[in-house]
Design a protein around this ligand. Structure first.
Ligand SMILES: Nc1ncnc2c1ncn2[C@@H]1O[C@H](COP(=O)(O)OP(=O)(O)OP(=O)(O)O)[C@@H](O)[C@H]1O
Ligand SMILES: [Mg+2]
Length: 382
């Protein structure tokens, strides 16, 4: 059978996969990395942060920089923060025997454990070799890492992805303090702190009472630019032998406002259902399918909210506004009082469900399909 694989990808993109634009971001971020500046890279979910930082790391490796990527997603306790760091460090160094030996000698409180793995070949984890634990273990790990980096003059680039997860831990304040004091003495390193809970992440770096205050450049990753995104969609279809007009690709772009994940998700379904030439109805059906598929996730997002938060969310979906606490708006949407709506607004921002947009100064729903879902469920309910 002559199977042509769907040319759209819904997973984190490897450095070899087709990638739309981000040329300016690549250049600026690589430059910050080579200058050993620290960066907070933030955007809504599924905007391509992880795919992008991996490309930046790939690009600067040629300059002799050692690049390490650490994902803090789901880090459940303090020890796990140190453990993840040691694990990713050993996994990277494993490719270079000298470096691996150096890491074992200098990061002596962690021992690499190598196990065969049927899928990956091997997996590497790290085990502590010391009795110290808790905050002292974290401090010692980063302090020893400080010694390690001194021995590699070209320098390091460290990505700490989903960095905001540390705020979920009981000892988060002390963790921030330790990391900050250790990291500031690391001269030839650039740290990228990456995450999608924008308020939570930015508060770590922009609240003057917190240790990381003003220690990194704030870098927002925006939507994809229209012209490039439209060409990307058209070209991807053509690479797999199908024709999609720029007009249809534009419709997708406008519907999802350049949201990178949906610019692959909707065409993915369109590719599956269309013939040689993509038609308008293929787009419409693909949009319905994508929405249907995301529905359980959206339902769960709504169900976890208190009634007032929910009500405000539906209100902002139906009518984005600059001042949701004004008497007229509260009245129009049956919201009881500014006193109870104010915390709802704050929490929806913290969850990154809503954002205040610069173009019109209004609060909007961040995710365009979630917005569509909210609009439709109001219609169904009402
Ligand atoms: N420049 C791009 N070109 C094409 N597709 C992209 C691009 N950036 C992101 N995507 C799409 O978005 C998806 C999400 O990418 P990625 O996982 O890197 O985002 P993220 O911002 O790290 O997400 P999360 O916040 O969930 O960690 C990719 O699977 C891909 O479909
Ligand atoms: Mg990511």
């Amino acid at each position: 059978m002559n199977f042509i694989r769907n040319p759209f990808s819904l997973k984190e993109l490897s450095v070899e996969e087709p990638f739309c634009d981000r040329a300016v971001e690549m250049k600026e971020l690589a430059s910050h990395a080579l200058n050993f500046a620290n960066v907070v890279l933030y955007s809504p979910r599924r905007y391509g942060k992880t795919s992008l930082v991996k490309r930046v790391q790939n690009a600067i490796q040629g300059q002799g920089i050692i690049t390490i990527y650490v994902d803090f997603f789901g880090v459940g306790n303090l020890e796990a923060v140190a453990n993840k760091f040691a694990t990713y460090l050993y996994s990277y160094c494993h490719h270079d025997e000298n470096l691996f030996k150096k890491a074992m000698r200098l990061i002596s409180i962690w021992r690499p454990v190598i196990k065969p793995d049927p899928e990956m070949g091997i997996t590497i984890t790290a085990e502590p070799t010391t009795q110290i634990n808790g905050l002292a273990l974290l401090e010692e790990t980063f302090s020893l890492f400080g010694n390690f980096i001194k021995e590699h003059a070209p320098g390091f680039h460290i990505v700490l992805d989903e960095f905001q997860e540390i705020t979920e831990l009981r000892e988060s304040k002390q963790i921030e303090g330790i990391l900050r004091s250790q990291i500031q003495s690391h001269r030839n390193v650039s740290y990228f702190f990456v995450g999608s809970r924008r308020r939570i992440l930015l508060d770590i770096f922009n609240d003057e009472k917190r240790p990381f205050y003003k220690s990194a450049i704030n870098y927002a990753l925006g939507p994809l630019p229209k012209e490039e995104a439209v060409s990307f969609v058209v070209e991807r279809f053509s690479s797999a032998g199908k024709k999609c007009s720029p007009e249809i690709a534009s419709r997708i772009y406008d519907k999802v406002r350049g949201y990178p994940y949906y610019l692959q998700r909707i065409p993915y379904s369109m590719y599956e259902i269309s013939g040689k030439t993509v038609k308008d109805e293929d787009y419409e059906r693909a949009l319905r399918e994508a929405l249907q598929e995301e529905k359980p996730l959206f339902q769960a997002k709504v169900e976890r909210l208190y009634p007032v938060w929910k009500q405000l969310l539906y209100a902002l979906s139906g009518e984005p506004v600059a001042s949701p606490l004004s008497t007229a708006y509260l009245k129009r949407h049956n919201l009881s009082s500014p006193g109870s709506t104010q915390p709802a607004l704050k929490n929806l921002l913290m969850l990154d469900y809503i954002e205040k947009r610069e173009d019109d100064g209004c609060y909007h729903i961040v995710d365009p399909l979630f917005d569509l879902y909210l609009k439709q469920s109001v219609t169904v309910e009402g």
